[in-house]
Design a protein around this ligand. Structure first.
Ligand SMILES: [Zn+2]
Ligand SMILES: [Zn+2]
Length: 354
């Protein structure tokens, strides 16, 4: 049996076999390297064959390159599947195109960037036999937030997740995501989930609470697919209760950090007042007065239940010129996890059977 399990002081330390696979778009500076940090953090608990790190550059920007990629991935997937890892942590480092929300697939003949629609991209990068590796894995998308900022690409990503079935998918919404802000998140994740065996969703909030840099920078989206077949027999008492009679289902949450002076409803206020230019001038946000801003209300009417979000609108006032900024929550159902000054809003953005 691979891996070691020992009792260290009070906590049970389990080191089951782990694969870290980093897929990097060719020509990208690597946005830092969270995957390497994860690997370093885990090394203390592992022997060489129970912790495997693979970094693969991808480029399927032309038909010829795609044929090559298919060959390469076929071998890679077979080799990694034979490893029979208990945990498979996959990172994709790639840029998304600002205006078209597509993801970069590589370079064309003349070295220009080639972008692909999200669903095509996901199906190409996880072409067989790498599809077996992504199944029941934990997938971190290290890409700028344009991927999830637009309904169209967000829906395409969701479709790809439902098809490829990683157990967890984690994404960040910052337009210019800096992976350095997720360092604490990744290290704590490695210890809490991969070593101590806590359930990721159960401790997600705790991971966010200590990730101080992350909260001002990006919302965090997590998808979870319940009811997948375990990659191998669960270890000891830490078994996941699997019931094959229950069809797999997916849930998705979006966590936004709110702060009364800076991020009412988790949406960052501008650093400067757009009217008078004062820096950080905002008062503590207050609930909007009923009947005010009739125009704004009419404009917000299009998407979701206008009444509900309007009833919850917050108004922040510039202490310099008294101009106001109005903020509303997303349409999705949510829970507040924090106090009246700051904390996290947990939106349920998806819940469906597969
Ligand atoms: Zn980018
Ligand atoms: Zn002002």
């Amino acid at each position: 049996m691979r891996g070691v399990c020992e009792r260290a002081s009070k906590t049970q330390v389990c080191a089951e076999s782990i694969l870290i696979l980093h897929l990097v778009c060719v020509g990208m500076e690597r946005h830092g390297s969270l995957p390497k940090l994860l690997h370093t953090s885990l090394e203390d608990y592992h022997t060489q064959d129970s912790l495997v790190y693979e970094e693969v550059f991808f480029d399927f920007g032309t038909v010829e390159k795609f044929v090559q990629w298919r060959k390469q991935v076929g071998l890679l997937g077979t080799r990694l599947t034979a490893g029979n890892f208990r945990w498979k942590i996959i990172f994709i480092t790639v840029h998304s195109k600002v205006n078209r929300r597509d993801l970069f697939a590589g370079k064309d003949e003349s070295g220009g960037d080639v972008a692909m629609e999200v669903e095509d991209f996901m199906n190409c990068i996880f072409i067989p036999t790498l599809d077996k590796v992504v199944y029941a894995s934990t997938l971190f998308m290290l890409t700028c937030g344009h991927l999830v900022a637009f309904e169209e690409s967000y829906m395409a990503m969701k479709k790809a997740i439902m098809h490829l079935r990683p157990e967890y998918t984690i994404m960040f919404t910052a337009p210019d995501f800096i992976s350095a802000v997720a360092k604490v998140f990744v290290v704590t994740y490695s210890i809490q989930v991969l070593i101590q065996g806590h359930d990721l969703l159960a401790i997600f909030q705790d991971l966010l609470n200590i990730s101080m840099d992350l909260r001002m920078h990006a919302d965090v989206i997590v998808f979870y697919i319940r009811g997948l077949l375990a990659p191998k027999a669960p270890f000891g008492a830490r078994s996941r209760t699997l019931n094959v009679t229950i069809p797999p289902s997916i849930v998705g949450y979006r966590y936004s950090w709110y702060h009364t002076h800076r991020r009412p409803w988790g949406k960052a206020l501008p650093i400067r007042c757009p009217k008078c230019g004062a820096i950080r001038p905002w008062s503590r946000s207050k609930r909007a007065q009923e009947g005010s801003h009739a125009k704004a209300r009419a404009m917000a009417a299009s998407e979701c239940e206008e009444e509900v979000t309007n009833a919850k609108a917050q108004v922040s006032t510039c202490l310099g010129c008294r101009s106001e900024v109005r903020t509303e929550p997303l349409c999705d159902a949510y829970e507040i996890q924090g106090d009246k000054f700051s904390g996290w809003i947990k939106y349920t953005i998806c819940a469906a059977e597969l």
